[in-house]
Design a protein around this ligand. Structure first.
Ligand code: FES
Length: 124
């Protein structure tokens, strides 16, 4: 059996929503101290709807695939729904990740939560 699913390979080789949103109104950045990988998430939120999302991931293939899938899962969704996105949901959408790569999907969840936290702070 292949180590990585076709979906993981697809999102790794053709990541969606890569880049920067210049006028983002929510930015989150997280890192994993063990592997040193870093993920940055940019959101453009209007009327509590995530109109656009882009990411920059300096990390492994699973982290890139996870961030790509996670951005697809929250694009066009209300903030309240994005807040509920878990790394398990991202992993399932990717048809699974090897056990030692689950932490890469955690990075995607944390990057989105960090950006949403930034959004909340800017609103306050
Ligand atoms: Fe660091 Fe995948 S090995 S996020």
């Amino acid at each position: 059996m292949a180590l990585y699913s076709e979906k993981v390979m697809d999102h790794f080789l053709h990541p969606r929503n890569v880049g920067v949103i210049e006028d983002a109104n929510a930015i989150g950045e997280v890192g994993n101290a063990k592997c040193g990988d870093i993920m940055k998430m940019y959101l453009k939120i209007e009327n509590d709807i995530i109109r656009d999302v882009k990411f920059e991931t300096f990390g492994c293939g699973s982290a890139i695939a996870s961030s790509s899938m996670a951005t697809e899962m929250i694009k066009g969704k209300p903030v309240s729904e994005a807040m509920k996105l878990t790394n398990q949901a991202v992993t399932e959408a990717l048809d699974g990740l090897p056990a030692h790569k689950i932490h890469c999907s955690v990075l995607a969840e944390e990057a989105i939560q960090s950006a949403l936290e930034d959004y909340r702070k800017r609103q306050a």
